[in-house]
Design a protein around this ligand. Structure first.
Ligand SMILES: *[C@@H]1O[C@H](CO)[C@@H](O)[C@H](O)[C@H]1NC(C)=O
Ligand SMILES: *[C@@H]1O[C@H](CO)[C@@H](O)[C@H](O)[C@H]1NC(C)=O
Length: 135
């Protein structure tokens, strides 16, 4: 039988690990890539509580990116509204600390396709399908 005592240390380890992440990942790069195809344009407007990145027109095959610091309080949030041919005023979080502090430790990349949005998982290195367009 294994001694059960060791399990008690796990929460402490996780807490220390997470605090280290916050201090180390001082800059996060976020980018939105238009992969809609057929020359389709994408219009996007991203902002946070403190920064308004303005309306951006991203042509097919291009991207728009920015860098920011993650605040120690863990409340960093960049949200965007986007539009393309078939989708109007779609709202999503480009970076949300609660969702992304491990998934996007140093970069939060998005790929916009006609079927939906893919996000790069920085932990696994794989693109994951994240969101379907609304019907
Ligand atoms: C995308 O935008 C460019 C520049 O405004 C325009 O010339 C082009 O026709 C647009 N493409 C489509 C498919 O609407
Ligand atoms: C994007 O396109 C819209 C409409 O075509 C235009 O009004 C706006 O100035 C453009 N924005 C940029 C940043 O080029």
């Amino acid at each position: 039988m294994k001694p059960p005592g060791r399990i008690g240390y796990t929460p402490v380890f996780v807490l220390v690990f997470c605090l280290c992440n916050i201090v180390l990942s001082d800059k996060v790069h976020t980018s939105i890539m238009n992969r809609l195809g057929n020359g389709r344009n994408l219009t996007i407007h991203c902002q946070s509580k403190d920064d308004d990145l303005g309306q951006q027109n991203i042509s097919d095959g291009s991207e728009f990116g920015w860098d920011f610091s993650v605040n120690v309080g863990g409340t960093t949030l960049f949200y965007c509204d986007m539009e393309w041919e078939k989708v109007q005023q779609y709202h999503f979080d480009a970076y949300s600390f609660a969702r992304d502090f491990t998934r996007c430790e140093s970069q939060c990349l998005w790929l916009i396709s006609t079927e939906g949005m893919y996000g790069l998982n920085g932990q696994t290195g794989y693109w994951e399908f994240m969101y379907y367009w609304p019907n």
